[in-house]
Ligand binder design. Structure first.
Ligand SMILES: [Zn+2]
Length: 422
């Protein structure tokens, strides 16, 4: 996938024209097909800065617009974009322990070199050096090299260190742009996608909006409210983060919309006693805790699901039936970057969990979570984490199995098993 990029204003362009310089001559920013590109959160920015040890680099990246795009992988893996190019990859890996690792691209390394004026060492190699063996020793995950006119990144391999990537031009530090510029440069585009979605909802005559407290459903709710819908349905699973429960009510008040809160007939813990915990390959939870209640409504319901949101989500059509409800998806084609630009442009409040570094909002022990996210719960919500941890232990899971997240499957996939056994 790709979006446009105005090199002159140093800002991503979601439509076809930059509203700052009015130019339609735009560059491209390419990312993985299911990347669902978005701005970095506060929490992830601190993780990234922690991985970068030089002050000049940290200062440069501290409040600049950084975009993340998902890369397929076994756990958290995000391509990191700055100034319109891929600066590196941030991922969550297991060695002795689970941890984050950032590796720059050659171009990212060239930017770091320009910022610090230094490299870790010079090597006397020319030509195609990518993949070549390096004899110098270094600490940390990577080293910055100069090789002739090129800048290179070295990483540790199984037996020896090698050149991971090379970039042979100079990279100049750019003027700083942030969320403010993103919003100004995309004003017309945001107005247009809003108008289109509101018109679509009106044409279907919607009665309700599904509201989960996440960013997509808050935008769907905003749009539906503009289209004249007055009722939001919040299916509380009983396993929500406290921030979500509070935000759902605050946001409904903010818009002045009626909130209908549903609770499951049978609670999570008692279903889990009967059926076992929900897992990725046996996910009874959404149906039992959310859909059963929602299905009792009649009419048309707006839903904020998007097709880029998850690798698994297949959204072939704009509508579906759920019991007696017709469900419509007015923001099905939006990217996460559309969603965030919209939220910033309209000055909407959002769930505080995003700033803490959560990418998707759901139950605090959702089996669909990445292990990085589950470990994050330990830091941000130690009591909820402990509660789930103790429950898993009572089911017979060992400490290591819990930390490796194998409880998220009934049958742990082979790929995952080989990753955690390293
Ligand atoms: Zn521009």
């Amino acid at each position: 996938m790709e979006i446009n990029y105005c090199q002159h204003c140093n800002v991503p362009i979601l439509g076809k024209r930059c509203d700052i310089c009015k130019s339609t001559k735009l560059g491209k920013l390419r990312f993985h097909d299911m990347g669902d590109i978005r701005p970095i959160s506060k929490g992830e920015r601190s993780v990234l800065l922690r991985e970068l040890h030089r002050k000049e680099i940290r200062d440069y990246l501290r409040s600049r617009l950084i975009l993340l795009a998902r890369q397929p992988g076994l756990d958290y893996r995000r391509d990191v974009f700055v100034d319109g190019f891929k600066m590196g990859t941030l991922e969550y890996i297991k060695e002795q322990h689970w941890r984050y690792r950032f590796i720059p691209t050659g171009k990212g390394a060239a930017l770091f070199r320009a910022l610090t004026g230094e490299v870790d060492f010079n090597i006397d190699m020319k030509g195609h050096i990518k993949g070549k063996r390096i004899n110098e020793n270094f600490d940390g995950d990577w080293a910055l090299l100069s090789a002739g006119n090129c800048t290179a990144v070295a990483v540790h391999g199984n037996k020896y260190s090698k050149v991971k990537d090379v970039f042979c031009r100079k990279v100049k530090p750019r003027k700083k742009t942030g969320i403010r510029e993103l919003v100004i440069a995309n004003k017309t585009y945001i107005d247009n996608i809003e108008r289109k979605a509101v018109r679509y909802i009106r044409s279907r005559g919607a009665d309700y909006v599904a509201f989960s407290g996440g960013k997509d459903s808050e935008v769907a709710l905003y749009l539906a409210h503009k289209a004249g819908v007055t009722k939001a349905i919040y299916a509380n699973t009983g396993m929500e983060f406290p921030e979500t429960e509070r935000f759902v009510y605050n946001y409904a008040d903010f818009l002045g919309i009626e909130l209908i809160e549903l609770k499951p007939k049978q609670d999570f813990w008692s279903i889990a006693e009967e059926k076992g915990i929900p897992t990725k390959d046996s996910r009874w939870c959404t149906k039992a805790l959310k859909l059963e209640g929602i299905k009792r409504f009649k009419g048309t319901m707006v839903d904020g699901s998007r097709k880029y949101e998850s690798l698994a989500r297949m959204m072939r059509s704009n509508e579906r039936k759920l019991g007696n409800l017709r469900v419509i998806y007015p923001i099905r084609d939006w990217l996460a970057l559309d969603i965030w630009t919209f939220i910033y442009a309209r000055g909407l409040p959002y769930n505080p969990l995003y700033d803490m570094g959560y990418e998707r909002i759901g139950c605090y022990m959702c089996p669909a979570m990445l292990n990085a996210e589950f470990h994050h719960v330990r830091d941000t919500h130690p009591r909820l984490y402990k509660k789930w941890y103790n429950y898993l232990q009572s089911l017979g899971y060992t400490k290591e199995e819990i930390l490796d997240g194998v409880w998220r499957w009934r049958d742990t996939p082979k790929k995952m098993r080989s990753m955690i056994q390293k």
